[in-house]
Design a protein around this ligand. Structure first.
Ligand SMILES: Nc1nc2c(ncn2[C@@H]2O[C@H](COP(=O)(O)OP(=O)(O)OP(=O)(O)O)[C@@H](O)[C@H]2O)c(=O)[nH]1
Ligand SMILES: [Mg+2]
Ligand SMILES: [Zn+2]
Length: 352
């Protein structure tokens, strides 16, 4: 099949998806408008987005008598995409004889975000995952086998939020004498850069001080599908009852059991957000400066290369390569940085 034909089909598909999206947004907007006109809503108040579905979201009341209660809501038209953890202005449904459970509220505005975690979707576009988080736990496990490249990608995404993640090896119960050395090497590499690294097991309940890590914060669990993010949440909060499933025997890959980020409050304080895992990141829509900023240990050496436009590959006087040769930064990290950079979409001059 010719390249041209393929891209025409793709263009067609993209157009169809966009038309469907617009139609959905209009439908959603008109449902919200109808509700707003119906007078069946309470006054505007502040709420918290606890889950997000295709066209509706769940909002928890933060004020008044209904504090802590969750309602499904429509979104007013022209609202930007909301995510779990967002603070919003909304109008709760007025409880109308008996069928309050089915009544829908309306979200009318998004309040400013303190932080936003994004990740690339299958097409490489950055999608928001969770907002207003103050800690990120990057979960890895012996199975599915962690790749340093994937960990690096996650770390870049985390560093973009300005929040330094904690790396958590789950399923410590599965670490055999053969698996231990490569895992120790992997974790050691990140610990040497300054990342906090911990080992736990959701299965045996050995969570060590994981709860202390949550404390009174809003913590999001991210990581590949099947590493046990939901399992960990279920141990920390038995009432959460997040669905978990076996990773398939043949591929040893997760199945994408969790499909939407969901927020839970711990009884003793603190908030957990379970997020859907992914198998791999697509192309990156980050720029080179953002990618570079995601490699935190490179920062002291930047600007010291002989050439201002140094590509950190074969140029003479490259400060990063010199640092790698001296063991001041990991040679593996530099190699992976270069690999990720080669995946960045080409930027034409003048594109910024
Ligand atoms: N042996 C062992 N298995 C675990 C542990 N934690 C989770 N599992 C298993 O790993 C599988 C995947 O767990 P999930 O909690 O669904 O993984 P997840 O990260 O939420 O996956 P997604 O929702 O797809 O992103 C399940 O079969 C769990 O029982 C652990 O500490 N030890
Ligand atoms: Mg899950
Ligand atoms: Zn250089």
């Amino acid at each position: 099949m010719s390249k041209r034909k393929l891209s025409r089909q793709q263009a067609h598909r993209v157009q169809r998806i966009q038309e469907e999206r617009i139609a959905r947004a209009q439908k959603r907007g008109s449902a919200a408008a109808e509700l707003l006109e119906s007078g069946e809503l309470g006054p505007e108040e502040e709420g918290l987005v606890v889950a997000h579905f295709g066209t509706q979201i769940e909002v928890e009341a933060l004020e008044g008598e209904r504090r802590g209660e969750v309602s499904r809501c429509h979104l007013r038209a022209n609202l930007e995409a909301l995510v779990t953890g967002d603070r919003v202005v909304w109008q709760a449904p007025l409880a109308s004889d008996g069928d309050a459970g089915a009544a829908l509220g309306v979200v009318t505005a998004l309040l400013p975000r303190q932080s936003l975690l994004v990740r690339p979707d299958a097409y490489g576009k950055l999608k928001p995952v969770a907002a207003n988080i103050d800690r990120i736990v990057l979960v890895i496990a012996p199975f599915p086998e962690p790749s340093a490249l994937l960990v690096d990608r996650y770390l870049v995404a985390c560093e973009l939020t300005g929040i330094r993640p904690v790396i958590l090896l789950n399923k410590a119960d599965l670490v055999t004498p053969e698996l231990a050395p490569p895992l120790e090497a992997l974790l050691g590499e990140y610990a040497a850069i300054g990342y906090e690294v911990r080992q736990v097991s959701a299965s045996t309940g050995q969570l060590h001080d994981l709860a202390e890590l949550v404390d009174n914060r809003t913590v999001v669990f991210v990581g590949q599908s099947g590493v046990g993010k939901s399992s960990l949440i279920n141990v920390l909060l038995p009432g959460a009852a997040q669905r978990v499933s076996e990773i398939s025997g043949a591929s040893k890959l997760g199945q994408h059991t969790t499909t939407t980020a969901r927020l839970f409050h711990l009884p003793g304080g603190g908030t957990l957000i379970d997020s859907p895992g992914i198998r791999e990141f697509g192309l990156w829509h980050v720029d080179e400066a953002q990618l570079l900023a995601g490699y935190v240990e490179f920062q002291p050496f930047l600007g010291s290369c002989r050439f201002r436009n140094c590509a950190h590959r074969a140029e003479p006087g490259c400060a990063l390569r010199a640092a790698a040769a001296e063991g001041r930064i990991g040679a593996g990290r530099l190699e992976r940085f270069n690999r990720l950079r080669s995946e960045l979409p080409e930027r034409r001059p003048g594109q910024g």
